[in-house]
Ligand binder design. Structure first.
Ligand code: SF4
Length: 396
């Protein structure tokens, strides 16, 4: 800890192998991928297609759908057909749960990745006396599970498709619960067992997740997973998320607390922010997390002071106007500052600055250079003119 004190401001991402999910690659040196899940019933084919398109249009790069029955799995064939234009761009992931082997094998024909929860996917008969598992019993059941998983692993391997091993804190297999308790260790052991099974069939298109609804549990589980995988030479990418984060401001903050903490430590290759809201609402949160950490730049970065007694104009209103006028641009940093009390360095080396100067006047900056002083009423228009003069403007 604290070994990076000094000048290193780069996030050093954990080294992972690239795993292709259709046309999108998770891991390697690729940008952290944004994903979400539609909440339409997969049997409602037109509804599901519309949901996938809506997510795609707002920037979702991989879309997950739930597949609770064979009929749902077959519906994916039709959904895929209807999406044929979009499908090349938006890979689909099927979520298969309880005893889902036949369903998974069917849906694996139609999607790019199958997500299984090892705690639910194969039914493990609990011990009748509910006593602790001996190491031999534990390993024996592991062998049985290997046999049960084989058809899916082989099918995905042969089609060059991917699997997400999605462990959830709330649904660990009883064997894991009895042996490790309801702990991050139990979650990690469950994932590692599943990874080893996939490796034994020479299948490596794996992405792993460790979701929990409590952020400290999720943090501990992901950190332990990364540590244990690295130690074992397993360079599989990691999918981040806080499950059941809720809605509104707190849902966003809770998700960010978990996801951003790990991303800042270099852990994570793809993310989903799970909100109890329309799935489209999740996507801007994902991109904001990635942008704020400097991992992706997909929108204008606004630097603005909080305003204080020295502020020379209505900062909130001006920031709003500047944002409305420039939010469609990408790759720019724009600062809006109430005054220049501590010098232009306060603007964090933004590309452009809009700064209160004297009452009724603002100054426009390009980088650290003051370009012109203009009446406040003309400030936003002059800022746009400056960006246009620099050939960095595109029409909305
Ligand atoms: Fe106040 Fe100026 Fe600092 Fe803004 S930049 S908070 S106006 S001192």
């Amino acid at each position: 800890a604290y070994s990076n004190l000094g000048t290193d401001t780069t996030i050093h991402r954990r080294k992972t192998r690239p795993v292709a999910i259709g046309s999108v690659i998770i891991g390697g040196n690729n940008p952290v991928v944004v994903q979400s899940m539609i909440n339409e019933d997969t049997l409602d084919i037109d509804g599901a297609v519309a949901g996938i398109r809506r997510l795609h249009e707002i920037g979702c790069e991989i879309v997950r759908v739930t597949v609770p029955s064979m009929a749902h799995a077959r519906a994916l064939a039709e959904i895929k057909q209807k999406l044929i234009d979009t499908y090349q761009i938006v890979p689909l992931v099927a979520d298969v749960h309880h005893n889902g082997m036949k369903i998974a094998l069917e849906v694996a024909k139609h999607v790019d990745k199958v997500r299984i929860n090892p705690g639910l996917y194969v039914f493990e008969k609990p011990k009748p006396d509910r006593t602790e598992y001996t190491p031999t019993e534990f390993a024996e059941i592991g062998e049985q599970i290997r046999d049960m998983l084989e058809p899916l692993v082989v099918s995905l391997r042969n089609q060059n498709k991917a699997m997400r091993i999605g462990v959830n804190h709330g649904s660990l297999a009883e064997r894991m619960l009895f042996t490790y308790g309801d702990t991050p260790e139990g979650m990690v052991e469950s994932a590692l067992e599943c990874i080893r099974i996939c490796q034994s069939f020479d299948f490596h298109n794996l992405v792993v997740s460790m979701k929990a609804s409590r952020v400290p549990v999720m943090l501990a589980a992901y950190r332990l997973l990364a540590q244990r995988m690295d130690k074992a030479g397993m360079d599989y990418p990691i999918h981040l998320g806080v499950t059941e984060a809720g809605d509104g401001e707190y849902g966003r903050i809770k998700s960010t607390a978990g996801i951003a903490t790990l991303l800042a430590e270099g852990i994570g290759d793809t993310l989903r922010v799970s909100l109890t809201e329309a799935p489209e609402k999740e996507i801007p949160v994902c991109y904001s997390i990635l942008q704020s950490l400097g991992l992706r730049k997909t929108m204008v970065e606004y630097v603005a002071c909080p305003s204080c007694g020295r502020t020379l104009f209505n900062l909130e209103e001006v920031l709003h106007q500047v944002r409305e006028a420039t939010k469609h641009l990408t790759g720019l940093d724009i600062a809006v500052m109430g005054c220049i009390v501590n010098g232009p360095g306060e603007m964090a080396d933004a590309d452009y600055g809009y700064v209160g100067k004297t009452p009724g006047y603002i100054s426009l900056y390009r980088g650290r250079d003051e370009i012109e002083r203009v009446p406040e009423a003309e400030g936003v228009a002059k800022l746009i003119a400056l960006i246009k003069a620099d050939d960095r403007w595109v029409d909305p």
